[in-house]
Design a binder for this molecule. Structure first.
Ligand SMILES: [Zn+2]
Length: 194
């Protein structure tokens, strides 16, 4: 095990920080895609905790996805669900792909793991079929819910500032899609998957 302990990392960070424990700002404000301007500073890095906070639905207990089942899915099959957010947001399409059964990535059964590659490709194509999509970002963050979920975040085309990883932040900044267009986009994805 070669992983650096949180205490070591924290100490190393403090050694590089100013008297308030603030690390220098990286040059992100020079990036065209960085959504903010003005004077910014890095938050002081707080020390480690003893244990990781449990994930939502850890070990399948009180899991929101397991409780919801397919009720909010725009597409599903016997093993997978494709679910939108519960309301429009800034990006034209944001969807979450989840197995029906409660698995994390490392305990995903082989059969589902084999289906995942082709399914990701199929969903990516379906999202692009909405039109005016510059790119579909496929992301797996796993710090919220334990129930495996892959994000499909479509960014609008021809807005150079909205490319790349800050698209996830622009999703919160851009005005939410009008409800009707949001529903049309989701229906178009669902139709392309049928
Ligand atoms: Zn679950």
């Amino acid at each position: 095990m070669t992983g650096e302990r949180a205490e070591e990392l924290h100490e190393r960070a403090l050694a590089a920080a100013d008297a308030d424990g603030r690390l220098p700002m990286p040059p992100v404000d020079e990036w065209e895609t960085f959504p903010f301007e003005g004077e910014l500073r890095v938050r002081p890095l707080e020390g480690p905790v003893d244990e990781e906070r449990p994930r939502l639905g850890a070990d399948g207990a009180d899991c929101r996805r397991c409780a919801l089942g397919e009720t909010d899915a725009i597409w599903s099959d016997e093993r997978w669900l494709l679910v939108p957010l519960d309301r429009p947001s800034g990006l034209p399409v944001v969807l979450v792909l989840q197995p029906r059964a409660h698995h994390d990535l490392d305990d995903l059964p082989d059969e589902l793991a084999r289906e995942l590659g082709p399914l990701v490709q199929r969903i990516e194509r379906a999202v692009r079929s909405v039109g005016e999509i510059g790119r579909v970002h496929v992301c797996r963050w796993g710090d919220g819910s334990e129930h495996l979920h892959f994000w499909f975040m479509a960014r609008p085309s021809r807005l150079p500032q909205v490319v790349g990883s800050f698209a996830a932040i622009w999703d919160d900044i851009l005005p939410p899609l009008p409800e009707e267009r949001w529903r049309e986009n989701l229906a178009a994805v669902a139709a392309a998957l049928r």
